[in-house]
Write a protein that binds this ligand. Structure first.
Ligand code: HEM
Length: 440
């Protein structure tokens, strides 16, 4: 049976393009409309392609466990993806070519490496917030963007990129802001000069690791036989996947906590009880379920990556529908996290849904904020660890208040779900010092 098309809301010529590709609109309302019309399977179109939208745990299992040749990451992003990330970037590869890059990378994300990075995150948060003064208004997205970029640089590239940092940050910003991405995707030669500059900056790090290999990602990719361009493509992917997501995760979680003061009070009480005046150690972070559930709930309501797709390489059937070869399939964490038969009162901020006995996340593939299956997010442990460290630090060292009267709305930028007009907060230092674990 052919897929039912989402009716209405299509634009002349563009059809559903802005919603599918997240061009500054809130794609959530659009796809929820499809769900209301047809349930968990329906079709949308842009000017070029047809997309099967597949919602809910069963569809997630199908998509996330199905390796190429049935579904392909490479075919999902095509020539545009290749122009932005470079043809050998991991998210564009399948099969052996993927494994050749993903396997060496994964060892850098081992638990011990992440746990050992806690103090560095605290130090970076301390440096970032050193200038915050009482009564100052901060734009959370910008602050979290700067902090998570430094954390990603530190973890992926080594904190000592010190002197190269401003130049790297500047080039990266130009290439990866929405307009830069659009220009690269369109293949405009203007962006090539930033790529060249980036290669100049990174050539130094790569030749350093060739001469003095370490336990880090660049060294591991070089060991696996990748050339310089290939190594840089993977590093850029990791920077993008690892910092644009975490900045949104932190921003949304803080915003939600400030909107729910009773829950925030419970979270602060847990901080006092578990951490007291002590450091934020990897061990103590395991004893903060109230914090962990708040982050999870923020990922449920506003999963940072929320429009994801694959290319269909072979026709298949799902729920009685035929999905033809050459189509694309989409899975949509934000929409699926709002299905009322999977999550009780899905609109409500209710982190206790993850506590026993409810444990609504225990149904396999119900929560897909990090994807799942054989290509689950490579940085998910780092992301959760970073969120817990940063939030513990910020909520002990400062009190925040949302600036009244601001417009808190959602918009997609590509696959990402972020605040359309930012999130402004008033800040007040508490005067509490957060010691480092090593010094304790
Ligand atoms: C809250 C933070 C994060 C979220 C919500 C997130 C989300 C995701 C999702 C949904 C996917 C799967 C995409 C798909 O199925 O199409 C993914 C993949 C990926 N993530 Fe994350 N991510 C986060 C943090 C990170 C971090 C910190 C890193 C690395 C430093 C990272 C690196 C990657 C990479 C490289 C992939 C692609 C894996 C592959 O090609 O096999 N992510 N992430």
């Amino acid at each position: 049976m052919p897929l039912p098309p989402l009716m209405g809301r299509g634009l002349p010529v563009l059809r559903h393009f802005p919603y599918i590709h997240g061009l500054g609109v809130d794609s959530f309302a659009f796809f929820m409309e499809g769900y209301r019309q047809h349930g968990r399977v329906f079709a949308v179109r842009d000017m070029k392609d047809s997309f099967a939208v597949l919602l809910g745990p069963d569809a997630h299992r199908f998509i996330l466990e199905r390796e190429s040749p049935h579904l392909s990451w490479g075919a999902a992003y095509g020539a545009e993806g290749s122009r932005v990330m470079g043809p050998t970037a991991m998210p564009l590869l399948d099969g052996e070519e993927l494994r050749r890059r993903r396997t060496p990378m994964m060892s850098a994300f081992r638990h011990q490496n992440i746990a050992a990075f806690g103090d560095t995150i605290v130090e970076l948060a301390r440096a970032q917030t050193a200038g915050w003064r009482e009564g100052q208004v901060l734009e959370l997205v910008n602050e979290m963007s700067e902090l998570t970029f430094r954390v990603a640089c530190g973890f992926l590239l080594g904190v000592e990129i010190g002197e190269d940092y401003p130049r790297f940050r500047d080039i990266y910003k130009k290439m990866f802001r929405p307009v830069g991405l659009a220009m690269q995707a369109a293949g405009l030669p203007y962006m090539q000069r930033y790529r060249d500059q980036l290669h100049q900056v990174s050539a130094k790090w790569i030749s350093d690791r060739r001469a003095h290999p370490r336990e880090d990602i660049i060294s591991r990719l070089l060991e696996a036989g990748l050339d310089d361009k290939d190594v840089m493509a993977q590093v850029l992917v990791l920077m993008f996947a690892g910092h644009d997501t975490t900045k949104l995760s932190l921003t949304w979680t803080l915003m939600l906590l400030l909107q729910h003061p009773e829950y925030l009070a419970r979270l602060l009480a847990e901080q006092d009880e578990v951490l007291g005046e002590g450091p934020i150690s990897a061990e103590s972070l395991k004893k903060l379920p109230v914090l962990e559930r708040a982050i999870r709930e923020s990922h449920r309501l506003y999963p940072p990556a929320s429009l994801l797709r694959r290319g269909v390489m072979e026709e298949f059937e799902l729920g009685g529908y035929t999905i033809p070869k050459g189509w694309k399939v989409m899975y949509l964490p934000r929409v699926s996290h709002h299905l009322p038969d999977v999550f009780q009162e899905p609109e409500r901020f209710d982190p206790d849904r993850f506590a026993p006995p409810r444990e609504e996340h225990k149904q396999p593939y119900a929560m897909v904020e990090f994807g799942g299956g054989y290509r689950t997010c490579i940085g998910k442990e780092l992301a959760m660890f970073e969120a817990k460290v940063v939030l513990s630090y910020l909520l002990r060292a400062f009190r925040f208040e949302l600036v009244p009267g601001q417009r808190l709305e959602v918009a997609n930028a590509g696959a990402m779900t972020g605040p359309k007009y930012g999130v402004k907060v008033l800040v007040k230092p508490t005067g509490r010092r957060v010691p480092l674990a090593q010094a304790a």
